[in-house]
Design a protein. Structure first.
Ligand code: CUA
Length: 603
């Protein structure tokens, strides 16, 4: 019976997706109703926001820090990219983490947890393009670690452990590849490809192990008890084309059993491949449970009470509600995996991601309908149980503009979901902003969800392509963010300027204190390898200095008490002014020094 139902819907939906993409979406008019809500819609000059928003930055390879509800952009944290606003990708410190790869694709930013809510220590973000994970220190809002994930391609779903604290973090491979992917064997045989669910030690930033599965793994989540991690899977067909990936009527929500994984690691039931412990997570194994869900699921999000995992299939008009407490019985073989499903409400076309208000309601993004749909979880369960026809769990619908991908409510990925604001991260802004050419901004819409009905508050153009975000209460983050690090945190910090020469290697230690560098000039020989170590000795918050070497591809900024270094070969003879790029003082323009490179004697 399922077969036909899903097959028909799928056909309709695929047609609908094609139609919508071709037409670029329908035209809706938003009705902003005058309505009593408990949240504010305006942040006046001089006032501060209530939430830190952490947006992943897509192709930019960065994380963005916004204020909510103002939607003001405060900072772009460079992660996998090059940014002269800090010198990321230019300084020796950042190059050591980037290891020569300056292209990134960040999708999912999440915070570290303690007891089911954010502890304010770290942010994590994936790089889908080059299969990396980065960690950002919240106290400085700067990247402090980057690791590569082996055997993993399309490194997508990323989620930290929520309970008791973030010791582990999981990452999924959206693309299956040969294991190992070294160009030997029959590369064309996609049926032999594997996916991996990678477990990472979030403190050490090291791979703990990988669970190998015969499918792909898309988005990720963890539960609120430290028992399971989740992954949606849309390509158990191991297809390499769209039609092959759409062949099965049902795909899977895969649940990974952490107790069983720990036991397997302890018991040694793994293979070591390229130094990584690889565990077998095929269907029927004790490590992974495959719950059949309507085909091609995308998002999976856990309700803030920890009870339910909700996933939705892009080509099915439903959400699937899995009761997490039933999973143990399914692993034990007492019930079928499918019996973990307690509701499948019909909510609309193209459901992708679900978020929560902490009051029992779920909000799902509908890509094709261009809507956020609000539905009641308990009502959906009651309807499913009673098989009542004609009843709906849907409470409200809001037209968005247009084609929403992720949606996220304030604090919704914690047990402290507060149901105040929701962001609809829309892929297409179309006619909502001034035309800026073929590549247009996206449209992040802020929605007030504190009342019964959703209220659209703001349109905010977003530089492509944010993907996902979280909104964290200000009191969790703000007290922990420092105005400056300890100066001695950098081992090369210097309070005295000096030049040291060893053969053709020249090391210049340089202080920067408004409006002067610690030296007025440095002379080197053409061909010398020069290292500048620059410490900003100004302790005043907000007083940053730039360090730009004219003609030398070097430009970075050093914040108060920070030290950054750069090494390059002085291959261009002549006088090259080093100047401060940050307006730091009335005499900022005079904050410069001569870098003189003596020409090599002509042979
Ligand atoms: Cu230092 Cu401008």
């Amino acid at each position: 019976m399922f077969r036909n139902r899903w097959a028909i819907r799928t056909a309709l939906l695929i047609g609908a997706i094609a139609g919508v993409l071709a037409a670029g979406g329908g035209v809706f008019t938003a009705s902003v109703e005058a309505q009593k809500t408990t949240t504010r819609h305006e942040v006046r000059p001089g006032e501060l926001d209530d939430y830190y928003g952490f947006w992943s930055g897509g192709q930019s390879g960065e994380i963005r820090v916004l204020g909510v509800p103002s939607m003001r952009l405060f900072k772009r944290i460079p992660v996998f990219n090059i940014d002269c606003g800090s010198g990321w990708g230019i300084t020796n410190e950042s190059k050591a983490l980037l290891k020569g790869t300056f292209v990134g694709d960040t999708h999912h930013t999440h915070g570290s947890y303690k007891n089911g809510t954010y502890d304010g220590k770290y942010l994590f973000v994936n790089d889908k393009a080059n299969n990396r994970l980065a960690r950002i220190r919240i106290d400085l809002l700067e990247t402090d670690a980057i690791i590569s994930i082996p055997h993993c391609q399309g490194t997508h779903g990323t989620f930290p452990q929520r309970f008791p604290q973030t010791d582990w973090l999981v990452m999924n491979s959206e693309f299956q590849v040969p294991l190992t992917n070294d160009g030997t064997g029959d590369m064309r045989n996609a049926k032999a490809y594997s996916g991996v669910h990678t477990i990472i030690d979030a403190q050490k930033m090291e791979v703990v192990c990988q669970i190998v599965v015969p499918t792909n793994l898309d988005l990720a989540a963890t539960d609120y008890k430290g028992l399971y991690s989740f992954a949606t899977s849309y390509n158990p067909e191991n297809g390499a084309t769209v039609s092959e990936m759409l062949a099965n009527d049902r795909d899977y929500l895969v649940v990974f059993n952490w107790e069983a994984i720990r036991a397997a690691l302890k018991g040694g039931t793994y293979k070591v491949v390229n130094g990584v412990k690889m565990l077998d997570g095929k269907p029927g194994s004790s490590l992974a449970l495959y719950i059949p869900v309507p085909k091609n699921p995308h998002g999976v999000n856990i309700s803030p009470d920890g009870k339910y995992a909700v996933c939705s299939g892009k080509v099915s008009p439903t959400a699937t509600v899995v009761e997490i407490d039933r999973i143990a019985d399914a692993f034990a073989g007492k019930i079928k995996p499918m019996d973990c499903i307690v509701a499948e409400p019909e909510i609309g076309l193209g459901p992708l991601h679900t978020t929560y208000d902490g009051r029992g309601n779920a909000y799902t993004s509908l890509f094709i309908d261009s809507q956020i749909v609000k539905w009641n979880i308990q009502k959906a369960i009651d309807i499913y149980k009673s098989q009542k026809k004609g009843e709906t769990a849907v409470v409200d619908r809001l037209d968005i503009h247009y084609q929403v991908g992720h949606t996220m409510a304030s604090m919704a990925e914690t047990k402290e979901a507060d149901g105040k604001y929701l962001i609809s991260l829309n892929k297409i802004s179309k006619d909502r902003f001034l035309n800026v050419g073929p590549i247009k901004p996206e449209n992040d819409q802020l929605v007030d969800i504190s009342g019964e009905k959703m209220v659209l508050v703001e349109d905010e153009p977003a530089y492509i392509e944010p993907h996902d975000c979280i909104m964290v209460r200000r009191d969790i983050i703000e007290p922990l963010v420092k105005h400056r690090p300890r100066m001695d945190e950098h081992p090369l910090a210097t309070t005295k300027s000096s030049v040291e020469r060893k053969g053709n290697k020249v090391t210049v230690r340089l202080t920067a204190s408004a409006p002067v560098y610690g030296m007025q000039e440095v002379t080197v020989n053409q061909g010398d390898e020069v290292t500048f170590i620059v410490t900003n000795t100004d302790e005043i918050p907000d007083l940053s200095h730039g360090f730009c070497v004219s003609n030398y591809n070097v430009n970075f900024v050093v914040g108060p008490y920070q030290t950054k270094s750069v090494t390059f070969v002085a291959n261009k003879p002549g006088v090259h002014w080093i100047y401060c790029t940050n307006f730091c003082h009335a005499l900022h323009l005079e904050m410069r020094m001569r870098f003189m490179v003596k020409a090599r004697a002509k042979a």
